[in-house]
Design a protein around this ligand. Structure first.
Ligand code: G16
Length: 543
């Protein structure tokens, strides 16, 4: 074994987006592409002697060869130890958990999350820091700067390692430990939730369906739900991670998790349904013929936090991303705790969680989590709901309806226009920005604009400033429309338009969502000219 220095040239466009570097697999398979990025990560970290790195991915196509490469590069960079998930598998929340539990310097997650996989699909890489969370913008920017001038990387010529056998081995002076992908994470879940109450629920005949979408959460859900909590075999469907996710688009929303939604609408539907995404950090919660919006899910969990033993001390605060509905704000107000509004991206929650300013966090993009790790956590949310269902004895729909009756309902929807022409999308946002100063006070449909701006955020802990985080048009009654371009897509641009309006009157809580938001949807078209500019007459996905 020896360490080689390999000459390369920089690749353009290696700036991490909302959540790491995501590109088509074909781009990642170019000679030196992954290596350049990893070398840039290591350069940004500096001396790693004596340090531990955590490494794993969601099992998608290219996961295994990428892990072999990164292990050999970590050895060349002088890491003392790497903890790698068995078979190269670690969900994103599990990476966060393992980093924290083993006091690692950080971790590398190989995933493009909810983006499709397979040879023609997407691949991704993300660095997480020592608190277990995604690297903040200062770190990702430092990594990007290095990619721009990366002319060499260092790598051991050690042979391939067996990733499937649990145990310890060495590359150069570095120890490689292949660890059980589930064990540390399952221990953490057991410490937070009332497993006895959930077990009793299943003993009583409660039925659920968890859709692993042939992605990483399958092994975690099988081990915990069927293994530890006694859910009947077959509770977890699509539970084996496949390199192409079985052709699924592993994004847990009512469009992509159609199999689960159909099952929950059947006459013999289970009591509870849930799905997770490619890397196990997202969740969708479904009752019988009833899906819970992620924004409502966050609010409901916050209002009922006392059911879970790990949260009996109460909440320090709630964090939500700006486009997420204000349902959680109402709960925070009732609890007398702060609710922080951050830009889109879980990375923005890290400083607040570390500073003890928040306990629960959530995003409209099917992300919910807490201070137990520094990533959103799909199965955690499912277990929280199971805990709530077990303690309350009520079905999902009743819990949500009673929540709305108490706090009012924030009607909410997101319209995505995927893979639109990048220049057209940029021009649309430019024109919107230019129109902002004239909007305040204007009458639009039944609404009057209170203010319109481009959301900017100053982190209250470290003072860092993030600008252009979404154009928002906020009406006098609090209803709002938000426009932003996705930072996770890999094809053209994805325009996201978010709609929200509040309804206090419980007699008005059963209007179909798109109907309830129709006035705002028409205003968005009027303001942005979406169909003319993008050539699309309707969104690709509505959540
Ligand atoms: C990532 C981020 C989330 C964000 C989501 C959508 O999730 O971690 O914070 O809400 O992308 O971002 P965008 O609207 O920019 O596409 P994941 O699950 O893809 O890692």
């Amino acid at each position: 074994m020896s360490i080689q220095t390999v000459a390369t040239t920089p690749f353009a466009g290696q700036r991490p987006g909302t959540s790491g570097l995501r590109k088509k697999v074909a781009i990642f398979r170019q000679a030196g592409y992954l290596e350049n990025f990893v070398q840039s990560v290591f350069d940004a970290l500096g001396d790693c002697a004596g340090k531990t790195l955590v490494l794993g991915g969601d099992g998608r196509f290219h996961n295994r060869p990428a892990i072999q490469t990164i292990l050999r590069m970590a050895a060349a960079h002088g890491f003392a130890r790497v903890l790698v998930g068995q078979g190269g598998i670690l969900s994103t929340p599990a990476v966060s958990c393992v980093i924290r539990k083993h006091a690692a310097l950080g971790g590398i997650v190989l995933s493009a999350s909810h983006n499709p996989g397979g040879p023609d699909g997407d691949f991704g890489i993300k660095y997480n820091i020592g608190n277990g969370g995604p690297a903040p913008e200062q770190v990702t920017e430092a990594i990007f700067q290095r990619t721009e001038s990366q002319h060499q990387y260092r790598i051991s010529d050690a042979p391939e390692l067996d990733l499937d056998a649990i145990g310890s081995t060495r590359i150069e002076a570095m120890q490689v430990e292949v660890i059980d992908s589930v064990a540390d994470y399952a221990d953490l879940m057991q410490s937070l939730f009332d497993f006895d109450a959930i077990r009793a629920l299943f003993v009583g005949g409660f039925r659920m369906c968890f859709d692993g979408m042939s992605a990483v959460s399958g092994p975690y859900a099988s081990a915990i739900l069927e293994g530890q909590l006694g859910a009947p075999a077959g509770t977890v469907i699509n539970g084996v991670p496949l390199e192409d996710f079985g052709g699924h688009h592993p994004d847990p929303n009512p469009v992509n998790a159609a199999q689960l939604i159909a099952r929950m609408a059947a006459p013999d539907a289970p009591d509870f349904g849930a799905a997770s995404d490619g890397d196990g950090d997202r969740n969708m919660i479904v009752g019988r013929r009833f899906d819970v919006t992620p924004s409502d899910s966050l609010a409901v969990l916050a209002a009922n936090v006392g059911v879970a033993p790990g949260y009996r001390a109460g909440l320090k605060g709630i964090d939500r991303s700006m486009p997420t509905s204000c349902a959680a704000d109402r709960v925070a107000e009732a609890l007398g705790i702060p609710c922080h509004e951050t830009p889109t991206g879980w990375k923005f929650f890290g400083t607040l969680l570390d500073a003890g300013m928040a306990t629960l966090c959530g995003e409209e993009s099917y992300g919910t989590g807490s201070d137990h790790v520094r990533e959103k956590d799909g199965l955690w949310a499912v277990l929280f709901w199971l805990n709530l269902l077990a303690v309350s004895g009520k079905p999902v729909q009743q819990i949500v309806s009673e929540h709305w009756a108490r706090f009012g309902r924030n009607y909410y929807s997101r319209h995505d226009y995927e893979a639109v022409d990048s220049a057209a999308a940029a021009a649309l946002m430019e024109a919107l920005r230019a129109s902002l100063p004239a909007l305040a006070g204007q009458r639009l449909g039944q609404y009057t604009v209170d203010f319109a701006d481009d959301f900017a955020y100053t982190d209250p802990v470290d003072g860092s400033v993030s600008r252009q985080q979404g154009v928002r048009v906020v009406m006098a009654d609090g209803a709002r429309i938000v426009f932003r371009l996705s930072g996770t897509g890999t094809e053209g641009a994805t325009l996201r338009v978010y709609f929200e309006r509040y309804e206090a009157d419980a007699a008005q809580h059963s209007i179909p969502t798109q109907q309830a938001l129709a006035g705002l949807i028409a205003i968005a078209e009027q303001l942005a000219g979406i169909s003319t500019r993008t050539g699309r007459s309707s969104p690709t996905v509505i959540t």
